[in-house]
Design a binder for this molecule. Sequence first.
Ligand SMILES: [Zn+2]
Length: 359
Amino acid sequence: MTPRPRTGTLPRLGTLILALFITSVPGFASLLYTCDPTIGTTTCAAINGSSVSGIYSSIFTSSMSADIYITYGNTGVGQSSTPLTAISYSTYYNALAAHTDDPTALASLGSSGDPLGAQSDNTVSITPALANALSIHTSGANTAGIQADGATSCVLGNSGCYDGVITISNTAGAFYFPDSPTSPPPSAPPYQIDFYSVVEHETDEVLGTISCIGTRSSAAYDQCSPLGTNASPADLFRYSAAGVRSFLNAANGTSAYFSINGGVTDIADYNNSPNGQDYGDWLNLYPYLVQDGEASPDVTLDISTDVGTNGNAYPRPEVAVLNAIGYNQIVAPEPGTFGLLAAGFVSFAVFGKRLRGKL
Ligand SMILES: [Zn+2]
């Protein structure tokens, strides 16, 4: 009898060790940006590295995964486009309950039906990235994609099909490119905007921080569905006071804020006026935040270092929104999964970021 060659055992041992490693360490978020040639290879590498993608990977587990196309174009400071699929509230709630590592946020929703009540039609519009995170396959919610030219008929997984398309203003000299999220802005005029903070802002929207309240006209309307009053996942955490949710019927300039504990804690104030800014963006209060409705020149911003508004200094409000709606953080465990079925259809939304002050 001859001994088994060592070359036969080593690969198996290696496979075993690798398998143990994979099962004992949570994966990290994977945001892959495909850059239009106008973005340039250096900036594209920074976006896919420590300036943007690496930041999300340092905070979130592999529950977060998205392919995003990014380009320069004729727009406000930044704009994002992503398909939305309408699913039932119960489908969203049950998927969230099966996946979330944020029990406080989940408890604020409850299992007894859409907490927005008559303000909504029991329908939640979700992005493909969030549907993927929550294993919601209903109506192709996790595969509804968009092409670089804005066409929304593609299926994710196919070449040239993305979770979202980000367009950054092509205005010459509008941006500076900090070496790190803590690098200070240029010390002298012209005042410029942190390019990567705008990419993060639009990325958050592709992931699903958006509101279904639209601001195109002078009056608020539901932009997720012309046929009903769909809410976005983030809209389920929108309050005007403790225990009082705010949605379309209060989108009139009165205050609204994001909260994960039933409105008791105001984590950050939403824009709540039909002023052309996104309803899913924050009011521009100091200290400035990545998700402010208007870009603030001369300040370096990042979701990993943002602090909250209203004096309560709630840390990292964008991370809190992403966590509440269904993306898990590396520090928390992940429970099991299951899913339910519901009817739905795909709509489409465009969100933007406007300029604050001068370029
Ligand atoms: Zn926005």
